[in-house]
Design a protein around this ligand. Structure first.
Ligand code: KE4
Length: 426
């Protein structure tokens, strides 16, 4: 880490918890202090010393077009001419809402918020209010932001009450959340058998991106849809990562499943703070002021953020882009696999479109237990060696590698060569 980043990090740690505004950025899982970033462009980041990195974090997903896409920058600066925030309805937010309703199959009505956490928190409250039930089911290793009801880990034993995932979460609230193994319909059936009439919703990342990438097994999502429908339970797809990432209509389009509510974020803000939740009109119309389920936000629908999101989604309307992203992703991940094999290192790659992750293991990774059983300690030297070669990966083995339109073959070939060097040193 360069001198200036070191200085800034020391100062930041005095007045910002951990010196960061989101824990994972502190690099604690890999024991590396974070470079401070001065600017970004295309698929590159520059730190305070002017060192350039190839960026595979992409701001944790939003930057699918690459940094500073000219049309996104132009849209923000055009909006800027008219001010920054009004706290009043605008055509910009209507346009983005229309784009989401037209593109995400199950969304008939949508409400903008300012983060993925706000989206899932609001969707959970809405599900509880609509069903007049209190319990929710989530899945181990899935992350839905830091709201109290979803920051819950699995209790001991199958299908038992959740335990607070953090101090400050009341045990009584955590007990209303059950965390089950991802991909286990059997566990869901057991929990529904036990608590069915008390369960308001099942919330799931349809393609998990927070334990590394883990794909739904054949029939898992279909099974969730069936079980929830049969028991008057709402199905919430948390597509904060997968929305407009794995396809324009997200995982629900890819797998042809219609959830009752969908949470979005990241890409729909084009790099500015936006989240959204939406779904069936009969449910969404229960949200204040139409209905009596309360949710609000000073900067919800912020004009600059709406402009950035709209410009991004307008570009993503061109489905050919997803073909290009798929080709890029196939090139990179097959190259990483070949490099590992050549270096004699065992890795498993899970991938969905332009998001993917590598696990140091020989066995399939299908849930959080198998993800945690991988040789995550090997990720640390790998991460350090890649950073030394200026490849900027997530500072945690349980995140995703994101590819943008700005990553070209030459840049990914270089990444693969550097990964070979890193694998050889393991
Ligand atoms: P935010 O509140 O961070 O905008 O979104 C929360 C969230 C909700 N749902 C899913 C599926 C998510 O992945 C996230 C946030 N993702 C993490 C990284 N995987 C953001 C990075 C961070 O926490 O700094």
């Amino acid at each position: 880490m360069g001198k200036r980043s070191k200085e800034l990090f020391l100062k930041a740690q005095e007045i910002i918890p951990g010196g960061v505004n989101s824990p994972v950025r502190a690099g604690r899982s890999v024991g590396v202090d974070p470079p401070f970033i001065r600017r970004a462009d295309g698929c590159y980041l520059w730190d305070m010393e002017g060192k350039r990195y190839i960026d595979y974090v992409c701001s944790w997903g939003p930057m699918i077009l690459g940094h500073r896409h000219p049309e996104v920058i132009q849209a923000i600066s055009d909006a800027l001419e008219n001010g920054t925030s009004y706290g009043a309805p605008t055509e910009l937010e209507l346009n983005l809402a229309k784009m989401i309703v037209e593109t995400v199959p199950s969304v008939e009505m949508v409400r903008m918020v300012n983060s993925g956490t706000e989206a899932t928190m609001s969707a959970i409250r809405l599900a509880r209010g609509f069903t007049n039930r209190d319990m929710i089911i989530k899945f181990d290793g899935c992350y839905h932001g830091h709201n109290d009801s979803s920051l819950v880990s699995a209790g001991s034993g199958m299908a038992t009450f959740g335990i607070p995932g953090s101090p400050g979460i009341p045990a009584d609230l955590a007990r209303l959340s059950i965390s089950l193994p991802f991909n286990s319909l059997e566990a869901v059936e057991k929990a529904v058998e036990k608590f069915g009439a008390q369960i308001a919703a099942v919330i799931v990342e349809p393609i998990a991106g927070n334990m590394g990438v883990v794909l739904p097994e054949e029939g898992f999502l279909e099974g969730l849809r069936e079980i929830t429908k049969e028991n008057g339970i709402l199905l919430i797809f948390d597509e904060v990562i997968t929305g407009f990432r794995v396809s324009p209509g997200g995982a629900q389009e890819l797998y042809n499943i219609m959830p009752d509510l969908t949470c979005l974020g990241k890409i729909i803000g084009g790099g500015l703070p936006v989240g959204a939740y939406g779904g069936r009109k009969d449910i969404m119309s229960q949200v204040a002021p139409d209905g009596n389920i309360y949710q609000a936000g000073t900067l919800s629908g912020n004009p600059l953020a709406m402009a950035a999101g709209m410009a991004t989604l307008m570009i993503l309307k061109n489905k050919e882009i997803y073909t290009r992203l798929e080709e890029k992703s196939r090139f990179l991940f097959s190259g990483l696999k070949d490099a590992a094999v050549k270096a004699g290192v065992d890795i498993v790659i899970n991938r969905a479109g332009s998001m993917g992750s590598l696990f140091f293991t020989t066995s399939p990774v299908v849930d959080f237990t198998s993800a945690k059983a991988t040789n995550a300690s090997k990720y640390i030297p790998f991460y350090k060696e890649m950073l030394a070669q200026r490849i900027y990966l997530a500072p945690s083995p349980f995140e995703s590698i994101f590819i943008s339109l700005a990553h070209n073959e030459e840049i990914m070939k270089k990444t693969i060569d550097f990964a070979f060097n890193a694998f050889k040193k393991l």
